[in-house]
Design a protein around this ligand. Structure first.
Ligand SMILES: Cc1cc2nc3c(=O)[nH]c(=O)nc-3n(C[C@H](O)[C@H](O)[C@H](O)COP(=O)(O)OP(=O)(O)OC[C@H]3O[C@@H](n4cnc5c(N)ncnc54)[C@H](O)[C@@H]3O)c2cc1C
Length: 543
């Protein structure tokens, strides 16, 4: 008997397949060409091939469906403190390392390595976010480790190796190494000066005793840890194994049961006289670790932008293939407004993400102005992009209707992931306070921001109006802290608009300024009348 009409599957989109996400993303292509050297294109193309490979998306699903488990003891009762992973995790790690997302950028003699890496991160980050955490911490540890040349000699080449080596061996015997960090304690995360972990000299090094409330990837080969030495808060490298190969005194208490980021083990640990080596001057732990934190914050921007992009691709794919009320969703005027608005949000985010990454190249090459820009633009952009991501993903999820709420669409994973970067490495308020602090205490950062904001002035009346407003708000030192969210948001939008006015397609810049500078809506798709949408829609659908 032929199947009744009601049993035939119709009007369901085919499984999403974007084999070359870079080719499908004109905004990233333009930002790559503008901010990275020409040699970065071939590396980005390789990352794109990886990111478009359905096998990697299947691995991402597996790694999240089979989260890591803590094995505290062996069968005889000895502590082992091991993390058991599904094999998909190590394959994802190996691929991320092969793409050079770990510390490779620091070993690249050619200028432009950080922007080149950023483009690869933006592509590969669309596949899976959890393993990005140890990859990021490895990348970000390098500038801190380099403050101690003897340690750096062993660790830095391995942090930048092109192979992932999960074997539990002392680092000099390994082909590749990964790093983590442990700053956050129960009584204070943002306020690290409240740390109570104690460091005392002994055993040919230092011994650390204390508790860390968050330590992601506790299987890493080493951790940058803040602890109170007699001289004050100090940064230490704590290896997972002591130099003689025995287990260091780090006990993993439990793994956190988290909202998202499930493939990545985040733990509570106790240090019981753990062997450690100070990095940077004793008592200068905060300025030392800031060298890492700036880079992890850059990756928060990249990771959240990649999450936005993955959500947008899913929404555009669905709207293209699904019809409702007689025509494809993508032809329905309100759906067009939503997709266009999401594309505009992504355009601003990706343009700025790559612009900030370029400042890392120029800043590390000795350009003081770029260093100031990198400092302040990282804080501003991290605040805004990470804050926008959950609302963005929720809207994209809704474009899939009920299917978007169903696990196998992949959207729930993106949604669970979306708030994380807003918390990690400086929550929203802390980022705004960091902007206040940089403006008042770091003249290089204040000057770089001033110049960046002034460069596009005079090109667009809406830009100039917001610039005047923000300059007045910043000048009011008494009110500056309490209203910081408002004017840091303005700063973020001005920086994004400036990039688009300078280099974006005119219709994208126009629509961005009309919808974000002249008027602003709390939801996506509520665009003011007359905003040109067609270019944004076409770019969203270039799949
Ligand atoms: C999945 C995950 C993984 C993590 N991995 C690690 C890791 O590997 N290593 C590590 O060290 N940490 C890690 N963290 C911890 C993370 O960095 C902290 O949670 C974060 O820095 C905030 O610290 P807290 O949780 O103590 O919150 P608090 O510092 O108590 O902040 C709570 C709230 O108060 C706000 N706030 C703080 N100070 C002020 C102020 N002066 N004015 C106004 N508002 C303020 C904050 O913005 C925040 O919203 C991880 C967190 C998560 C969620």
């Amino acid at each position: 008997m032929p199947a009744p009409t009601s049993h035939v599957v119709t009007n369901q989109p085919p499984p999403p397949h974007v084999p070359d996400p870079l080719r499908a993303d004109p905004a990233l292509r333009a930002a790559l060409a503008r901010n990275a050297p020409p040699w970065a294109a071939a590396l980005a193309a390789r990352a794109s091939a990886f990111a478009g490979d359905p096998e990697n998306h299947a691995l991402a699903t597996l790694a999240n469906e089979s989260p890591p488990r803590l094995r505290g003891w062996d069968r005889y009762g000895h502590r082992v403190d091991e993390i058991e992973f599904h094999p998909s995790w190590n394959t994802l790690m190996a691929r991320a390392v092969a793409l050079g997302l770990n510390g490779v950028a620091w070993l690249e003699p050619r200028r432009g390595a950080h922007a080149a890496r950023a483009a690869r991160y933006l592509l590969w980050g669309q596949v899976e976010a959890g393993h990005g955490c140890p990859i990021t911490m490895t990348y970000a540890s390098v500038p801190v480790l380099r403050q101690h040349p003897e340690i750096a000699a062993d660790w830095v080449p391995r942090a930048g190796a092109s192979v992932h080596d999960p074997r539990p061996l002392p680092v000099p015997q390994k082909d590749g190494a990964i790093l983590g960090m442990a700053m956050t304690e129960k009584q204070g995360g943002s306020d690290v000066r409240a740390n109570t972990t104690v460091a005392t000299p002994g055993d040919g090094g230092w011994l650390l005793t204390g508790h860390k409330w968050f330590c992601s990837s506790p299987h890493a080969d080493g951790f940058l840890v803040l602890a109170q030495a007699p001289e004050g808060l100090t940064c230490f490298l704590v290896p997972r194994l002591r130099p003689d190969g025995s287990r260091n005194d780090i006990q993993i208490q439990r793994l956190k049961d988290k909202l998202g980021n499930r493939s990545n083990p985040s733990s509570e640990i106790e240090l019981w006289g753990a062997f450690a080596t100070p990095i940077g001057p004793l008592g200068r732990g905060v300025p030392t670790i800031v060298g890492m934190v700036n880079h992890t914050r850059l990756d928060c921007i990249l990771g959240s932008t990649a999450t936005m992009r993955a959500a947008l691709v899913a929404a555009a794919w669905h709207a293209h293939h699904r019809s409702a009320f007689g025509r494809p969703l993508v032809r329905q005027p309100l759906m067009r407004a939503v997709l266009a608005d999401l594309q505009l949000e992504y355009e601003g985010a990706v343009a700025m993400a790559m612009r900030v990454a370029r400042a890392y190249d120029d800043g590390h090459a000795g350009d003081a102005h770029a260093r100031g820009f990198m400092r302040i633009a990282t804080a501003i952009t991290k605040y805004y992009v990470c804050k926008r991501t959950p609302a963005f993903v929720a809207e994209a999820l809704e474009c899939l209707g009920g299917s978007g709420y169903v696990e196998e669409s992949g959207m729930p994973r993106l949604f669970r992931e979306s708030p994380l970067n807003g918390i990690w490495e400086g929550s929203g308020n802390v980022m705004c306070l960091d902007v206040v602090r940089a403006l008042s205490r770091e003249p290089e950062a204040a000057a770089a921001l001033h110049d960046a904001l002034r460069a596009p002035a005079g090109r667009d009346a809406r830009y100039d109006a917001v610039l005047s407003r923000v300059e007045r708000a910043m000048a009011d030192r008494d009110a500056a802290e309490g209203s910081a969210r408002q004017w840091v948001e303005d700063l973020a939008l001005l920086l994004q608009a400036g990039e688009l006015l300078e280099a974006g397609p005119p219709d994208i810049a126009e629509a961005f300024c009309a919808s974000r500078l002249a008027a602003r809506s709390a939801t996506f798709g509520a665009l003011p009348p007359g905003v040109p949408l067609e270019v944004a829609i076409a770019r969203a659908l270039e799949l």
